[in-house]
Design a protein around this ligand. Structure first.
Ligand SMILES: NC(=O)c1ccc[n+]([C@@H]2O[C@H](COP(=O)([O-])OP(=O)(O)OC[C@H]3O[C@@H](n4cnc5c(N)ncnc54)[C@H](O)[C@@H]3O)[C@@H](O)[C@H]2O)c1
Length: 262
């Protein structure tokens, strides 16, 4: 999809990955509505974007993905201003194993809530233009992270929801594509506060990586060298050289490349 003239809505847009997504969309000609609960960071970013791209290219709304009312108001204002929505990026997410219900609420329920509102506005059968919904999952959506079981569960849910919605939209003729991206570690506030937000399994944060390497090393010296290099590559770069290369994992590769992580 060429981005010039398109309109995107990005959740959790004020900081981190959401901010990076917003910037790449604007750089490529799209108009962007930024949604975030952090009003200060959102307004600061909006002012910077006004200077760089012009005031008319973006909107900011203080919006919590846990509130259907706030989401609907933001979508309606976007349509009123930009005359339609082509892209929705469900990026807002948290990692907090101590407040695990909140993590489920934001990462799963919030993402589903925004997706269903997107469907109302974009579904071709409702008079919408169709378009694309991109959900920010994580490598934790593809493989377990023992130190954060709830975050892992939420991101597996995002991957499952995305797959089911893609199939449902295709079968029903909604004209909407659903895709998930699964980033590995990206240097943001979420990672900076990681150790404070891990719960009862925080002791596994480092142990897991070491045991994975031990297992891979053992494979390296075993009798069957044919499987060894694949397994070792999987440990070192699980998202780049997985044993079973699926389309989703390929998208992850593209995502990492776009963030210069390779
Ligand atoms: N940083 C990583 O290593 C990494 C890796 C894989 C996936 N992710 C995912 O990427 C997404 C963005 O993460 P990040 O690292 O940029 O985090 P971040 O904490 O730097 O930024 C998250 C943004 O979302 C906003 N937000 C939080 N809760 C919200 C809510 N209820 N409603 C609206 N906005 C809300 C925050 O205010 C913040 O601006 C998340 O879904 C995260 O799970 C991050």
């Amino acid at each position: 999809m060429a981005l010039k003239g398109k309109t995107a809505v990005v959740t959790g847009a004020a900081l981190g990955i959401g901010k990076a997504i917003t910037e790449i969309l604007l750089q490529n000609g799209a108009k962007v509505t930024l949604l975030d609960i952090n009003e200060t960071a959102g307004k600061t970013l909006k002012e910077a974007l006004n200077k760089q791209y012009g005031e008319e290219r973006s909107l900011f709304f203080e919006c919590n993905v846990e509130s259907e009312e706030q989401i609907k108001a933001a979508f309606q204002s976007t349509v009123d201003t930009f005359r339609g929505i082509d892209i929705v990026c469900n990026n807002a997410g948290i990692l907090n194993e101590k407040q695990w219900e909140k993590t489920v609420s934001v990462n799963v329920m919030g993402l589903i809530r925004v997706s269903y509102v997107a469907l109302e506005y974009m579904n071709k059968l409702n008079g919408g233009k169709g378009g694309t919904v991109i959900n920010v999952a994580s490598v934790a959506g593809l493989t377990p992270v023992p130190a954060c079981p709830v975050y892992t569960a939420t991101k597996h849910a995002v991957v499952g929801f995305t797959r089911a919605m893609a199939a449902a939209s295709s079968a029903s003729g909604y004209g909407l594509r659903f895709n998930a991206v699964c980033p590995s570690l990206v240097k943001t506030d979420l990672i900076a506060s990681l150790m404070d937000n891990l719960g009862q399994f925080s002791h596994l944060a480092y142990a897991t990586q070491c045991s994975s390497v031990q297992r891979a090393m053992k494979c390296y010296v075993d009798d069957d060298p044919s499987s060894t290099s694949i397994r070792l590559a999987h440990v070192l770069q699980p998202q780049v050289s997985p044993p079973n290369n699926t389309r989703l994992q390929h998208k992850l590769y593209i995502w990492r490349k776009s963030f210069n992580c390779l």
